[in-house]
Write a protein that binds this ligand. Structure first.
Ligand code: ATP
Ligand code: MG
Length: 423
């Protein structure tokens, strides 16, 4: 039997898990400042939800979904992204009847059957924010400012924000025609996939990563040129809002994003430091989605950030020191009486918020001290019969060759005092 983890998945543990926890805690804290509340939706949904929302012709739906039939022969799919589930929950739980906007965030695994490579996995993780209940460009700017603040907090300053507008339904139709004409004239230079995309959804061609197609795409007509008055205005407002908050951006009319539900604003944050999978974060406005999923007409905007890529960037640039486990005290012991005392004390210290460790593998005293050193315990004691009988203990300071003699019965207070003095 092959007992390896499935291709494109990773175990996260050891020092690495501290980095993940630090990143996640920071993201949660930032969301608190931005008034965004967490939502946890199921890891699988009815397949139809993704077909309808992400779009029948997108790469995700046509090639990348983990779909299965349940025993009741219902088709369900592991979530390939977070927006569809959030929108479904928004409708199903009647959140639209509360005071708007509804601001939600999630940190979730997502699943796509793709070719694994650096920054691309089959199970990966997304941090996403969705704001429901407003059509105004100030909301687009608000979600972008949240991403910008994430980058600021982690000290990332060389990621570029690219914005574009795909327009509303009307402009979209008009642009599709212009684009169809242009692509039709150049169809012979496109890859197999794009020839098919041309028939089903020409906008998807602009998202192709094939070099052959890039040559054609680069001279394609700009979507911004075809925007109607209102959509143009919306885009101008977004720019004004971003300028107002001093958030730098460039307009890139080739950004279309890989999902069908976007309307008007789309944006990406792109890094030059993590190789070819360079998009850290993508998002945009999706004013039709809630309605198409049988909810009331609701403006909405959001983004999703790939946590693997964010963490790659942090590591690449050495922006966070991986936190090592902090052990306050190692309670060594000699003999069964000593062990029982160390165990009891260890439990009490832990209840008092002190990180304490004691021997559970029956090491010799010498090996226990070596281990205390290895796990970088700040303090260490050894409890034997005489320490218990005479109610005294010597606290060793592991970093310096100093020690302190105290009463064994007072050790909790003494340790708490020492830990306080340190800060
Ligand atoms: P890409 O162009 O890299 O395939 P995408 O357009 O498919 O990205 P979205 O669906 O917008 O990506 O997802 C948002 C973010 O999630 C991406 O910007 C990326 O950081 C991350 N992401 C997407 N797919 C993967 C994956 N297979 N492995 C790791 N991260 C991913
Ligand atoms: Mg993709």
């Amino acid at each position: 039997m092959n007992l390896k983890a499935p291709r494109g998945t990773k175990d996260i543990f050891g020092d690495e898990i501290y980095l993940w926890q630090y990143v996640e805690e920071t993201l949660r804290e930032i969301c608190r400042y931005f008034g965004v509340n967490e939502i946890r939706t199921p890891i699988f949904e009815k397949t139809e939800l993704f077909q309808r929302s992400v779009g029948e012709t997108t790469d995700i739906v046509t090639k990348e979904m983990y779909t299965m039939n349940t025993k009741g022969s219902e088709s369900v799919t592991l979530k390939p992204e977070g927006t569809a589930g959030a929108a479904r929950a928004f409708i199903e739980n009647g959140m639209y009847s509360l005071a708007q906007p509804t601001k939600l965030y999630y940190i979730t695994p997502a699943f796509r059957y793709e070719r694994p490579q650096a920054g691309r996995q089959r199970q990966f993780h997304q941090f996403g924010v969705e704001i429901f209940g407003s059509y105004d460009a100030s909301c687009d700017a608000e979600v972008i400012s949240l991403v910008q603040e994430v980058l600021n907090r982690f000290g990332i300053n060389d990621v570029e924000l690219k914005i574009n507008s795909l327009g509303g339904n009307e402009c979209r139709k008009k642009y599709n025609e212009t684009l169809k004409k242009y692509i039709g004239d150049n169809i012979e230079y496109l890859c197999e996939d794009c020839r098919e995309r041309f028939v089903k959804n020409p906008l998807r061609v602009l998202d192709c990563k094939n070099e052959k197609c890039a040559d054609v795409i680069k001279d394609a007509p700009s979507v911004i040129e075809t925007l109607g008055h209102e959509c143009r205005n919306h885009f101008e407002q977004l720019k004004e809002n971003l300028n107002n908050m001093n958030i730098k951006y460039t307009v890139d009319s080739k950004i279309v994003r890989g999902l069908d539900y976007y309307t008007r604003t789309v944006f990406e944050f792109v890094s030059n430091n993590i190789g070819s999978q360079s998009t850290i974060c993508g998002g945009g406005r999706y004013d039709n989605l809630v309605y198409e999923c049988k909810g009331p007409k609701t403006g909405a905007v959001g983004f999703a950030m790939g946590l693997e890529r964010l963490i790659m960037l942090l590591k690449e640039k050495n922006l966070v020191k991986e936190k090592v486990r902090n052990i306050d005290i190692y309670l060594g012991s000699i003999g069964q009486k000593g062990f029982l005392k160390a165990q009891k004390l260890g439990y009490e210290l832990r209840k008092a918020g002190i990180c304490a460790e004691y021997d559970t593998v029956k090491r010799s005293v010498k090996a226990q001290l070596k281990y205390a050193d290895k796990i970088k315990a700040k303090y260490c004691v050894v409890i034997g019969d005489s320490e218990i009988d005479e109610d005294k203990i010597q606290i060793k300071f592991m970093e310096k060759s100093e020690q302190l003699n105290v009463k064994l019965s007072n050790i909790k207070d003494e340790i708490l005092k020492l830990l306080k003095e340190k800060v």
